[in-house]
Structure formats: structure tokens, C-alpha cells
Unconditional design. Structure first.
Length: 84
């Protein structure tokens, strides 16, 4: 058995949250979390929409690899767009 203690991990993806917002705002709770843990500003996937970036975070891959390129998909059978 490992001597390492298991600790939960929280990954926060702040959609549309430019680093300039963080730099120019107080946000004491967010700053405290960043100080206590690890934080990193990363390059967003393009197109920069929620599902594209969430899948990129989960898989560590770009849209060209993971295949999610929007927040919806087109169902060829029904000819309708569906929000994911």
C-alpha cells in the first residue's frame, strides 16, 4: 500500500475569464484558493466555448484530436442541432 495520502482534486474552468479580470479584481476567495493550491493560466482551445474547453481539460487533447468543436452537434438523421 502507498504511503501517499489521497486528497481530492478540484479543477476550476472559468469560462470567458480573462487573466486581466483576475489581475484587476480583488476576489479574495479565488485568490486564497490559488495561493493554497496550484494555479495555472492555460491557453484556451479554439473555438473557445465551454464544451470544447471542458473536453480539452478532461482529455488533455486539442479539438482536432478529441473531436468536440462546439456546444452542440448536428444530427444528420433528424436534420436538427442538439445542445450537448
Amino acid at each position: 500500500m502507498s504511503d501517499h495520502t489521497r486528497q481530492p482534486i478540484v479543477i476550476a474552468m472559468l469560462d470567458g475569464f480573462s487573466p486581466e479580470y483576475f489581475d484587476q479584481s480583488e476576489m479574495p476567495a479565488l485568490r486564497a484558493m490559488a495561493r493554497r493550491g496550484r494555479s495555472k493560466i492555460v491557453q484556451a482551445c479554439m473555438p473557445a466555448v465551454t464544451n470544447v474547453n471542458n473536453v480539452g481539460i478532461c482529455t488533455g487533447e486539442w479539438p482536432a484530436v478529441h473531436g468536440i468543436t462546439a456546444n452542440s452537434y448536428f444530427d444528420h438523421a433528424t436534420r436538427q442541432e442538439h445542445y450537448m
